[in-house]
Write a protein that binds this ligand. Structure first.
Ligand code: GDP
Length: 443
């Protein structure tokens, strides 16, 4: 079996500093890194809110905002200026080849955040799935204005919440937005909180992982600063930034074996002929370490490391790194492959069981399995059971369903055409004919 072939010597290069990376991390007072995805009905104010966040935290400067504001005003859409912050970011980044979801970064006192944003365009769902696959938590934006909350509930609000939960996102912050349009009515806020809590619980979120904040993204109330509106004085809880920062440190798998999925490969550098970049999903690494590249089963070494273009000696789970490699030919590496620690490597598998949310009708059928940038053709071999969305237990007796309806949560067995480095609890997306048909968690 493949396991035997994996007995790879994990002795680091003699040049290794042999650091205790966890101790270094604690000493360094490095900030936590957290990724989140922004979800909600179209026009709920997601782009405006995120623009506001970036503006208030001075990620975007006044001049840029003034310029957008002028342009927006000349088009008679002055309120769009904030939303453009994100769109601009997206355009700039989309010229690069590697990033297919808009990313924006900002820092609070304790945490360095990445917004995996998916503004409400036509391709929203695929973008959001990509975002949810990497998210530590979700921010759900709800339009509190009269009638909009109700139509949002009928629209995408529930669908998005269920989707992120199905993909393993446990924590959700609900921005009850546009409260300026209802004169900061506490009653309205409470009514929304009541209804949304109840459907989030049904979707499988635990009460302790749900927080509600009354906001105005457009005006900036309760985002980075507390609202000064007299009508909003009933609210004494945290601002959005405080809530983001107050969260328990995101439990990173720091002391687990290294897992790093290759997001990009750079070849032909003068000093570093072969480098990769990606986010460390678990464990840590340091210069000199031996790595195992899967599925190729090839050993290599870390020649150097960079974070945000700065050379570093080590890096840990949650961080995005560039790794300069030695001792491996480029033919053994491709995007989506996994670098892991040779002493406890990730295994290549050919079949797995997953709990997924169906977006389309599912039957035993051919699918493409996506996990981040890794993808491989396969087949749904068996639909084991339909599951309760909240509890995850099987419903409907012992009989195996032959067909699954959109919106159902099911356990499926998937067989892959090729071996792939994959292990629980990976978030997987199943696609067919270019459409996402299901998404969920490997068991
Ligand atoms: P998205 O589709 O969820 O990204 O929504 P946008 O950010 O594009 O906002 C939709 C509309 O709602 C725009 O006209 C915004 O100016 C407006 N809007 C967003 N946030 C607020 C808010 O807090 N208060 C008010 N009154 N309008 C807002």
């Amino acid at each position: 079996n493949g396991v035997e072939a994996l007995k790879v010597d994990d002795t680091p290069k003699a040049t290794s500093k042999n650091l205790d990376v966890l101790a270094e991390f604690k000493k360094s007072k490095s900030k936590n890194a957290a990724n989140f995805v922004v979800i909600g009905h179209v026009d709920a104010g997601k782009s405006t809110l995120m623009g506001r966040l970036l503006y208030d935290l001075k990620v975007v400067d006044q001049r840029t905002i003034d310029r957008y504001r002028k342009e927006a005003e000349s088009m008679g859409k002055s309120s769009f200026a904030l939303a453009w912050v994100l769109d601009q970011g997206f355009e700039e980044r989309s010229r690069g080849v590697t990033i297919d979801i808009a990313m924006n970064k900002f820092e609070t006192e304790k945490t360095s955040f990445t917004i995996l944003d998916a503004p409400g365009h036509r391709d929203f769902i695929p973008n959001m799935i990509a975002g949810a696959a990497q998210a530590d938590f979700a921010v759900l934006v709800i339009d509190a204005s009269t009638g909009s909350f109700e139509s949002g509930l009928k629209g995408q609000t529930k669908e998005h919440a269920l989707l992120v939960r199905s993909m393993g996102v446990q924590r959700i912050i609900i921005v009850v937005n546009k409260l300026d349009t209802v004169n900061w009515s506490e009653e309205r806020f409470m009514e929304i909180q009541h209804q949304v809590s109840s459907f989030l619980t049904t979707a499988g979120f635990q009460a302790k992982n749900i927080a509600f904040i009354p906001c105005s993204g457009l005006l900036g109330d309760n985002i980075a600063r507390r609202s000064t509106e007299a009508a909003a004085s009933w609210y004494t809880g945290p601002t959005l930034i405080e809530e983001l920062d107050n969260s328990e440190p995101i439990a990173r798998a720091l002391d687990k074996p290294l897992r790093l999925t290759i997001g990009d490969i750079f070849r032909g550098g003068v000093q570093n002929p072969l480098s990769i970049s990606g986010r460390i999903e678990a464990g840590s690494l340091q210069t000199g370490d031996a790595l195992l590249a899967q599925p190729a089963g090839q050993k290599c070494f870390i020649k150097g490391l960079e974070i945000d273009s700065e050379p570093v000696d080590w890096a840990i789970a949650g961080q995005n790194v560039t790794v300069h490699l030695s001792g491996i030919e480029e033919q053994y590496l491709k995007i989506g492959d996994v670098l892991s620690s040779p002493s406890s490597p990730i295994q290549n598998i050919k079949q797995f069981t997953a709990k997924v949310l169906a977006f389309e009708f599912l039957t035993p059928m051919q699918v493409d399995v996506h996990r981040g940038r890794l993808h491989a053709p396969g087949t749904i071999k068996e639909i084991v059971a339909v599951l309760d969305k909240g509890t995850g237990t099987a419903v409907g007796g012992k009989k195996k369903p032959r067909i699954v309806k959109p919106g159902q949560v099911v356990r499926v067995v998937v067989e892959l055409d090729v071996v792939v480095p994959l292990e629980a609890p990976a978030r997987v997306v199943l696609r067919s004919n270019g459409e996402t048909v299901a998404a969920g968690l490997l068991e």
